[in-house]
Structures are given as C-alpha cells and as structure tokens.
Ligand binder design. Structure first.
Ligand code: GSH
Length: 281
C-alpha cells in the first residue's frame, strides 16, 4: 500500500519541464485518477537505466512502497488490481478491448504523423545532454534526417486534423470517452495530444475544433495537470486554399447518428437516391 498515499513516478521531460512521452502522460493521469500523490523523479532521455538503478530503459515506471511496476499498460493493470476500491481505470474488460483498438487507430492517424511533423522540434526541445542521443536514435527509427522528416508539415497537418472524426463523432454525444466520467480511454488519447502539445511549435487543430471542449475539460482535471507552462498552443491551425476541411462541419449524419425511426426519417434520402430511376435514356 502506497505510504502517505504517494507513488514514485519516473518522469520523462523536455528542457521546458513538460513531460514528453504519450505513455508517461497517460500514466500521470492514471495515478491521479486513482487518487495518488506523485513523488516525481525528473529526467530526460539519457540515463534512464542509471536513474532507475538498472530496472528499465523505457518510461513510465513507478515504485509503490518498494514494488517496481513497468510499462504504461502494466501500471494501469497493477493499479486496478491492487486498488480495486479506488475509481477504476478500466471498469470492465470491454473497455480494455476498445481502448486497445482506439489507441492503435489514434497512433496511426495522429500520434505517429504528428511525430513526423515535429521530430526536429522534439530534438531541439529535449535537454541539451539528450540532443545527440535523440538525433541518432530517432533518425535510425525514422530512416532520414530529422529536418527532412519534419519538412513540409504545413501540407500534412490539415489531413491529420481531418482524420480525427471518429473522436469527434463520439465526443459530440458523450462527455468523456469513459461516458459520464473519464477513464483510461480518455487518458490514453489525451496522452498523445499532450505529447503533441509538448512539441508543436505550430498549432495542429482549428480554433473552433469540436474536440476543443473535451480537450479543455481534460486539461482542467486534477487541478490543471495538463496546463503545464512548457506546452505549446494546440489550437489555431488555419485552413489554406486547397487544404481539406480541418473537421467535418456537416457532422451529425450517417452511422449511429442517423436513427431509422420509420419511413418519415428516410423519405428524403430515398427520394434523392431513387431520383431518375426507371426513366428511359
Ligand atoms: N510499451 C511501453 C513503451 C514505453 C516507451 O517506449 N517509452 C519511451 C518514451 S515514449 C521511452 O522511454 N523512451 C526512452 C528512449 O527513447 O530512450 C509503455 O507503454 O510504457
């Protein structure tokens, strides 16, 4: 049991002091959701193995009353198993299954593409002692010079914003991804957004993006945990001539939105799609 309600939390931060990793951000929120105070061990990319006494090369990691727990998913499983009387992060297995699908989609649609847009800034914002390691390791991962990967991002950002429609469709009808209160689904997606906010020297979403309400509500949680002064503005992306719409302004049609309540609800569509049928050419 956490002594004095405190859990030791190994952070991964930039020179701004802001946490960088999506996994670390999500875990910070998860610990707060469980009602714990954090005893933060600060640090950047290099020296993780030394900082953790040889326990891990990757973060997040926590220590709960002497017990080491690694990996963002391992940590939430541990927290829900060990503290079942505190608010659940994953209230039932179906949530775990859905979060895994959502996380996979979001990583491919947004977190990865945003990383490509800000990888040079990510290196430049890292602690000075991390620059060489971040440059070398990320160029190995991405297969090109960081400057070349990042170049042309203004042409890619609108498409990434547009791709977030599944989140908008859900959050137009629900206060949180967790329903009436947040759960790990919210924190996991928020982690990717806060990763982006930690490096996005140019905004990634429109001022009036429908996701804004949910993002602002998430940032307010736990006494403004997500309102770190080192973060950059997410909102303010401008649509240029030739760009796709940054979000769907005609949302509210199709899929679960469009309830069939009988012929009156489908008559206009039926007329539209059958117009001209049977006419001789
Ligand atoms: N599966 C792990 C992944 C953790 C991970 O890859 N963390 C990265 C930060 S995003 C890290 O520690 N990187 C250190 C490094 O690059 O040396 C988890 O979910 O915790």
């Amino acid at each position: 049991m956490a002594k004095d309600n405190k859990i030791t939390f190994y952070d991964l931060a930039l020179s701004t002091g802001a946490t960088i990793s999506p996994f670390v951000w999500a875990t910070k929120y998860a610990l707060k959701h469980k009602g714990f105070d954090l005893d933060v061990v600060p640090g950047g990319f290099t020296g993780i193995l030394e900082r953790t006494g040889g326990k891990t090369e990757r973060l997040p990691a926590i220590v709960d009353d002497g017990k080491w727990v690694l990996d963002s998913w391992g940590i939430i499983e541990y927290l829900d198993e060990t503290y079942p009387d505190r608010p659940a992060l994953i209230p039932q297995e179906s949530v775990a299954a859905t979060v895994k699908a959502l996380d996979h989609w979001f990583w491919n649609a947004a977190v990865g593409p945003w990383m490509f847009c800000f990888c040079q800034d990510y290196r430049d914002l890292s602690l000075p002692q991390d620059h060489e390691y971040v440059t070398h390791s990320r160029e190995k991962m991405l297969g090109r010079k960081l400057e070349d990967v990042q170049a042309g991002r203004e042409d890619r950002l609108p498409g990434i914003s547009k791709a977030l429609e599944p989140l908008r469709a859900s959050l137009a009808q629900h206060q949180w991804l967790g329903g009436s209160s947040p759960n790990y689904a919210d924190y996991r997606i928020l982690g990717g957004i806060l990763f982006t906010a930690s490096v996005c020297k140019t905004p990634v979403l429109a001022e009036d993006d429908p996701l804004r309400d949910w993002i602002e509500r998430c940032l307010d949680l736990f006494d403004g945990l997500g309102r770190h002064p080192g973060l950059f503005p997410l909102f303010g992306l401008q649509q240029r001539d030739g760009d796709p719409d940054l979000f769907n302004r005609a949302a509210g049609q199709g899929g679960i939105y469009k309830r069939n309540t009988g012929p009156d609800s489908t008559r206009a569509e039926t007329q539209r799609i059958t117009e001209g049928m049977g006419k001789k050419a």
